[in-house]
Design a protein around this ligand. Structure first.
Ligand code: GAR
Length: 189
């Protein structure tokens, strides 16, 4: 069994899709959920799917011994960043080389890098009057949003009348693809 840890900071809607997708999967399971925010939506999804979920503040995420022993204790093979807004420390990138996947709500390399997350991405895309946006799923390396791209999908946003509409169009696309791409990536390793 390949064991996934989901890291999430926000509403956790992608995490929810991943939990659902792997609920009764024969080879892949969600074994742990971590959030840096106590009030993150992902905790209610973890409860629903009966998964261990831990709140670890930003400082704790940077604690090498704590993080590595926790992930070892839960026998984690893969880390999935589903709206996780804390920079992944280098010790995790090293320990999980090519085993950390992130989803980013734009067509990288456009609208990536430090400070470009969630609503800031969609605001910038909207301000630039882009006709299309989309999602990127990539491996995580030491640089923000610069790891090898695994998958991209795009959508028409030409009719969006505000950044929120861009956000909801892209999020729907994320829900459609993320879990399947995780499954394919793990199966291909
Ligand atoms: C998603 O749109 C994801 O792409 C984005 O945060 C949102 C989380 O939504 N991630 C980033 O911006 C990372 N740079 P969710 O909590 O509902 O899954």
């Amino acid at each position: 069994m390949q064991k996934i840890a989901i890291f999430a900071s926000g509403s956790g809607s992608n995490a929810q899709c991943i939990l659902k997708h792997f609920q009764s999967h024969k080879k892949i399971t969600v074994a742990l959920i971590i959030s840096n925010r106590k009030e993150a939506g992902v905790f209610s999804h973890a409860l629903y799917y009966d998964k261990p979920a831990i709140h670890i503040p930003r400082k704790g995420i940077a604690d090498k011994n704590k993080m590595l022993s926790l992930l070892k204790q839960h026998e984690i093979d893969w880390i999935i960043l589903a709206g996780f807004l804390v920079k992944i420390p280098e010790f995790l990138v090293e320990a999980f080389a090519n085993r950390i996947l992130n989803i980013h709500p734009s067509l990288l390399p456009k609208y990536g890098g430090p400070g470009m997350y969630g609503k800031h991405v969609h605001q910038a895309v909207f301000n630039t009057k882009e006709l299309r946006s989309g999602l990127t799923i990539h491996f995580v390396n030491e640089e923000y949003d610069k790891g090898k791209i695994v998958f991209q999908a795009s959508c028409d946003i030409s009719k969006a009348s505000n950044p929120q509409e861009v956000a909801s169009t892209v999020l729907a696309l994320e829900h459609l693809h993320f879990a399947k791409v995780i499954e394919q990536t793990i199966n291909n390793q």
